[in-house]
Design a protein. Sequence first.
Length: 148
Amino acid sequence: MRALMCVAAALGVAACVGDAAELGGITNRMAPTAQVRACDLDELRVTTQGQLRFPEDAMMFVYMTQQDFSLAQAKIRYDINQAGVPVNISYAGPAADTRHATRQKVIRSAADAVQETRYEWKGAPAFATGCVFDLTVEIRNLRDPASS
């Protein structure tokens, strides 16, 4: 009976974890069409720009720990379907970032900004693969020497 309960609990936890970009998976998964082309953002026009929002609880963590925060080489890879919607959004930076809660939140915010963006094809619509959104976040906690 205990073994069955442990298996059920493990499956429940696995279901909660999910397969999102900030966890090393793919957000807004979609199979590519038969005809794909390499991403060239010059072939598209942004009609709606997604908003990048730094998560408040992540900022609070950085402030409370009084440590610097760095997220370098943070690349979000994605495809754009024929309708101009970003799909297959994944994190392509260091894998260790997906195992750090504060970094996960920042990655999630970047993935959300990509997912909110909408494009319009300048020519014939296609399925573009390999688009990249680069993000670098640096927060320096400057301490006032007078308050020490």
